[in-house]
Design a protein around this ligand. Structure first.
Ligand code: PLP
Length: 319
């Protein structure tokens, strides 16, 4: 981040690097502008020796961004290569040196007020912004969870597998209920009554040494972290990995349980509906996965180097 400002110097907006102060829209745009909008949440991590930042699974995030745009019918004005370049240039312009969250957001720029139909015919706005985000991996952070009385949105309502901003009203309902009832997070069941995911993260459990996670037709977002952890569980820890519908009471009898996602990383859950998970502490497999994931993110694990995109020009900013 340049200087000592509380925000980065630049955002990338509609093909240009724009100074933070100048990236404004009119107040009357509040309202419909984000109903059909989609976004991505991506993270960049400093390498172990602190000399370089790498974006984690950038290609996969941008491919999902394209799928999201396709599903909500937003006009696609930029290729994955162009967005990749924009993100790397933005990080350099903002002199980013610490672990960072990167958020591309695409929205309908149609200001005619006729926003029910989003057909892809009208202009789309494209914003990318960055913000510092510290890791909580290996810090010992734990969460308590409640199975929400709200169900997770399903394919027959709006597509859960993509990152449409409107989907997150469902997340807010579950999070608010959980927090007001004294829990840290919510776990949603889907419309079939099996486990879906958390408000902003997928879910995985360990039972008898097996890594279990709801399958992609369980009303979950197609999570890139979930995919990465399945690979690490299989290839680094040598575990059996199973994607299948999971029943509510399987959560209560799990040996270990955690949410996973770009923001959540791995967030251990130590109780669900006041049922202790395992012995109520972070379990050994979760700890091993946290270590393997941290090694992967920071370049300590050479097998998954292809998941890391170096941020160009960091040396040029004198770090
Ligand atoms: C609803 C929801 N589920 C799951 C995830 C995890 O997805 P990913 O690992 O791709 O970040 C997210 C975002 O982080 C999310 O918002």
């Amino acid at each position: 981040m340049a200087g000592h400002e509380a925000h980065p110097a630049y955002v990338w907006w509609n093909g240009k690097m724009v100074r933070w102060e100048d990236a404004t829209v009119h107040v009357t745009e509040l309202g419909w502008s984000t109903v059909g909008a989609i976004f991505e949440g991506i993270r960049a991590y400093a390498s172990v020796d602190g000399t370089q930042l790498h974006v984690f699974r950038l290609q996969e995030h941008l491919e999902r961004l394209e799928r999201s745009m396709k599903l909500v019918r937003l006009r696609q004005d930029y290729s994955v290569d162009e967005i990749t370049r924009a993100i790397l240039e933005l990080m350099t312009a903002n002199e980013v040196t610490e672990d960072t969250y990167i958020r591309p957001l695409v929205y309908s720029a149609d200001t005619s007020g006729k926003r029910f139909a989003q057909t892809g015919a009208s202009e789309a706005g494209f914003l990318i912004n960055t913000a510092p985000m510290a890791t909580h991996l290996k810090t010992g952070m734990t969460m308590t969870a409640k199975v929400s009385s709200w169900r997770r949105i399903s394919e027959d309502v709006m597509p859960p597998r993509i990152k449409n901003l409107s989907n997150y009203r469902n997340s807010q309902l579950g999070s608010t209920e959980a927090r007001m009832d004294g829990y840290d997070t919510a776990i949603f069941l889907n419309n079939r009554g099996t486990v879906a995911e958390g408000p902003g993260a997928c879910l995985a459990m360990i039972k008898d040494g097996v890594f279990l996670t709801p399958d992609v037709t369980s009303s979950i977002l197609e999570s890139i972290t979930r995919d990465a952890l399945m690979v690490l569980a299989r290839d680094v820890l040598g575990m059996q990995v199973v994607e299948r519908p999971i029943d509510r009471t399987e959560l209560y009898t799990a040996d270990e349980l955690f949410t996973c996602g770009t923001a959540a990383e791995i967030s251990p859950i130590i109780s669900v509906d006041h049922y202790e998970v395992g012995d109520g502490k972070i379990g050994p497999v979760t700890k091993a996965l946290e270590a393997a994931f941290d090694d992967t993110l920071r370049g300590n694990e050479s097998r998954f180097e292809h998941w890391r995109t170096p941020v160009l020009g960091r040396a040029a900013v004198g770090v």
